[in-house]
Design a protein around this ligand. Structure first.
Ligand SMILES: [Zn+2]
Length: 277
C-alpha cells in the first residue's frame, strides 16, 4: 500500500522525518504533542529508508523528552494502516492525560526495564540532601514532645526503648510460639555492603536472595562518592547490557522484601553483602 500516500498523510499531519533510526531501518517521524510540554508524538512509518518500500504497519507512540534530552516511551506503540492513521494519532494524543506525572518534578512517568514505573527525569537520584533535612526536623520535634509529657509517659517510653534493645530474635535460645517465629522470619532485613569512593563496580542481579546474573564485563563504573545515607554516586564508564541508566543501583543497601534486586558488585576489593548490624 502506497508509500507516497503514507508520506503525504504524515506530512499533512505535521510530521517530519528523522535522519536516524537507532533501532531499525524504517523512517521515524515525530512532532510536538499539541498541548503537553516535552511530549512528542513519534511514528515509525513502516517505510524502509533504503528501499523506500512499505515493510510494515505504522507504529504510533508518545515519548517524553527528559532533562538529559533522552526520549522515554510513555505510551505503548499502537500499529495501524494508512486508513487508521489519523484516528490513531488522535487516540495517542488523548492518551497523554492518562500518563502518570512525577509529583516531585512534574515529568511524565514511564515503565523502566526493571518493570518499575519511574520518573522520566530520574529525579530521585538527587534526593539525598533533602531527605536528610527532613529527618532532622522530625527528630527535634519528637524531643519537644518528650519534654512536654508527664513522668508516667516518660517511664513508659523508657520501658519501650529498653524492650527494643533486647537480644535479636535470631540469637534467642528460649522457645518462641509459632506465630511469633513466623513473624520474625518474615520481618524485613536491611542488607548492606561497604561501598567506598574509588571502588570499581559492576552489577549483579538476585531474586529472592538467590544469585541470578553477573554483569561483570558488560557494566563497569567507578564510585565517585557515598553519602551518609548510603547513596552511591557512580561514574558508569561502560554499559553494553540491556539495562538502562535508571535501572542501575544507587544505594549501598536494600531490604529483603524486595523480590528482584540489582546490587553493586565490587570488583577491586572483596566486599560482602550482609544484614545490617
Ligand atoms: Zn521526577
Amino acid at each position: 500500500m502506497g508509500v507516497v500516500q503514507r508520506k503525504a498523510m504524515l506530512k499533512s499531519e505535521g510530521f517530519f522525518p528523522h535522519k536516524k533510526n537507532a533501532k531499525g531501518t524504517t523512517i521515524i517521524y515525530s512532532r510536538k504533542h499539541p498541548t503537553a510540554k516535552f511530549v512528542r508524538v513519534v511514528i515509525d512509518s513502516g517505510i524502509d529508508s533504503k528501499t523506500n518500500k512499505v515493510v510494515g504497519k505504522v507504529g504510533i507512540k508518545l515519548c517524553f523528552v527528559n532533562r538529559q534530552k533522552s526520549w522515554r516511551e510513555i505510551t505503548a506503540q499502537i500499529f495501524t494502516t494508512n486508513t487508521g492513521l489519523v484516528k490513531t494519532i488522535k487516540a495517542q494524543e488523548a492518551a497523554e492525560k492518562f500518563v502518570k506525572t512525577c509529583k516531585h518534578c512534574k515529568a511524565k512517568k514511564f515503565t523502566a526495564k526493571s518493570g518499575n514505573v519511574v520518573c522520566a527525569n530520574a529525579c530521585w537520584t538527587a534526593w539525598g540532601g533533602k531527605k536528610k533535612s527532613a529527618n532532622t526536623t522530625k527528630k527535634s520535634s519528637q524531643k519537644t514532645t518528650a519534654q512536654n509529657i508527664g513522668p508516667r509517659e516518660l517511664r513508659d517510653q523508657a520501658r519501650q526503648k529498653k524492650s527494643q534493645k533486647v537480644t535479636p530474635k535470631s540469637q534467642r535460645t528460649y522457645p518462641l510460639n509459632k506465630t511469633v517465629q513466623k513473624k520474625a522470619q518474615k520481618k524485613r532485613q536491611k542488607i548492606v555492603a561497604e561501598i567506598l569512593p574509588g571502588d570499581l563496580v559492576s552489577i549483579e542481579r538476585i531474586e529472592l536472595d538467590t544469585f541470578k546474573e553477573d554483569y561483570t564485563g558488560r557494566i563497569l563504573g567507578i564510585v565517585m562518592s557515598v553519602t551518609k545515607e548510603g547513596r552511591v554516586n557512580v561514574n558508569w564508564t561502560a554499559n553494553t547490557s540491556n539495562l538502562e541508566s535508571w535501572d542501575l543501583p544507587f544505594t549501598n543497601h536494600y531490604a529483603t522484601d524486595y523480590r528482584h534486586v540489582l546490587r553493586f558488585k565490587v570488583l577491586s576489593r572483596n566486599v560482602e553483602w550482609a544484614e545490617a548490624a
